[in-house]
Design a protein around this ligand. Structure first.
Ligand code: PHE
Length: 456
């Protein structure tokens, strides 16, 4: 395990924080959420919220970790004692949400694993055989296969976390990510040359506000928190490893900016392909897996390209999963000094595995279970990300805000060398105190209204 405050280099922090933020949320989830919410207007709302609300909250979480040198449960307890307010539930809820998200994330990572192996096999097959291999329907109808793949992913994550954060995949992934960036750039270039591109650009960047629904604000906020890894305690843990001299606002803002840019690249890359395959619903969680493999196999060298792409995507998913599991483990160990790290890691993995059963079987054995017209996996996604995550993010924010004195906040934020001025600091405070809570509450209210409209 890392000793507190022991990132060897500043680069080490960015690698982990950006690695945790950029994952399936950007490439898999963002495109279909954009499709669900009608395109351009939603993207505008999303980018605004990511930078105006997500980044300030990300900074607050990092600071909470850096100032207390603890993970989220103990850190929010400390805040509660200082503010003499009951914040005990916040950290516990954050860790609970993290375990459940990890289990669900493992199922989707399992899908990535599946395409990775299928692309490998299709290297040795003719085009038709390859097309059969990369068929999504076969995977969707086989829940046990999904569960097996999710278990394999959880096991891999457990083994990596047992080896420790720094030693783990850090080096590997730093070598692979430039390759991933190059693959995405090539794919971007290719999909840009498809005839559907002008239509796609209009869909993505011409904001038609009439397409927004009552739930869009809640969906945008939920996704901002999910993709920035805010509201889980991940950033509190990462912040607790920062060095004394690291400037938190700069680090937090950079992470938010990079993550947002990658999400934008993902939609620009995937939508031309999705529009080309006109019969695919843009709102389906399987969108990326439905359109990319089919498209890749249609281009020369596509099988090899697809293999490289899915290997990189899997590494990104693994990196994000390490962040998720690491939060749970570091909280268990922080709170319960007697628990060994090894035992905590296996226990968390086992909990995630048992929770993964429901989402893994959702498109097969449990297909007929529908809540308010949605499948089990979609309902779980919505409950976790659109409802619980903003609530936990608000709780952590409130604990930090109340338990940290004005002076402490100011000292941690302002750095004359970095030209962070007093006015920036006061904007941040206004966002934490008024804007973020108001936006989150309005998002909730509108979602409640939408829910009632749906049901009645
Ligand atoms: N931010 C990650 C993604 O977009 C998901 C994640 C959340 C990872 C929390 C770690 C912790 O895929």
């Amino acid at each position: 395990m890392l000793k507190r405050g022991s990132w060897r280099t500043r680069f080490g922090f960015y690698l982990l924080a950006v690695g945790s933020a950029c994952g399936l949320g950007n490439l898999w989830r963002f495109p279909y959420v954009v499709g669900e919410n009608g395109g351009g207007a939603f993207i505008l709302l999303y980018v605004f919220l990511a930078l105006a609300v997500g980044a300030p909250l990300l900074i607050a979480e990092l600071m909470l970790g850096k100032n207390t040198r603890r993970s989220v449960i103990v850190a929010t307890d400390v805040m509660g004692q200082k503010a003499k307010q009951p914040f005990r539930w916040v950290g516990r809820l954050a860790v609970l949400v993290t375990v459940v998200v990890f289990s669900y994330y493992a199922v989707i990572s399992g899908w990535v694993l599946h395409f990775m192996t299928q692309f490998f096999i299709s290297l040795f097959l003719d085009v038709e055989g390859a097309a059969n291999k990369t068929n999504l329907a076969a995977l969707m109808s086989n829940g046990w296969l999904q569960l097996m793949l999710a278990s394999a992913h959880i096991l891999i994550t457990v083994v990596v976390v047992l080896k420790g954060v720094q030693e783990g995949l850090e080096k590997w992934i730093s070598y692979m990510m430039p390759l991933f960036a190059a693959l995405v750039a090539i794919l971007l270039f290719k999909s840009f040359s498809l005839p559907s591109t002008p239509e796609v650009m209009r869909f993505l960047f011409y904001p038609d506000f009439s397409k927004l629904t009552l739930s869009s604000l809640g969906h945008a906020l939920g996704h901002v928190f999910f993709t920035l890894s805010v509201g889980f305690g991940t950033m509190v843990t990462f912040g607790s490893y920062l060095r004394e001299e690291d400037h938190v606002p700069t680090a937090g803002f950079r992470v938010a900016l990079v993550d947002t840019l990658i999400s934008l690249l993902a939609v620009v890359m995937i939508f031309p392909v999705a529009f080309q395959a006109s019969n695919v619903p843009l709102t389906d969680p399987a969108l990326m897996f439905e359109v990319l493999p089919r498209y890749l196999l249609g281009i020369p060298g596509g099988a090899l390209f697809g293999l490289a792409f899915f290997v990189c995507l899997y590494l990104a998913a693994l990196n994000a999963s390490i962040g998720l599991l690491e939060v749970v483990v570091s909280n268990l160990v922080d709170r319960n000094k007697k628990m060994e790290r090894q035992k905590a890691t296996w226990l968390s993995g086992a909990a995630a595995l048992s929770l993964a059963i429901l989402p893994a079987l959702s498109s097969s054995v449990l297909k007929s279970v529908r809540i308010n017209g949605r499948s089990l996996i979609e309902s779980l996604d919505s409950l976790l990300i659109n409802w619980l995550l903003p609530l936990v993010a608000l709780g952590i924010l409130w604990a930090f805000y109340k338990g940290t004195s004005e002076k402490e906040k100011e000292i941690s934020f302002i750095d004359r060398e970095k030209f962070v001025s007093y006015s920036m600091y006061s904007h941040w405070i206004v966002i934490l105190k008024w804007v973020a809570p108001a936006v989150i509450l309005i998002g909730f209210l509108l979602q409640v209204v939408a829910l009632f409209q749906n049901v009645y």
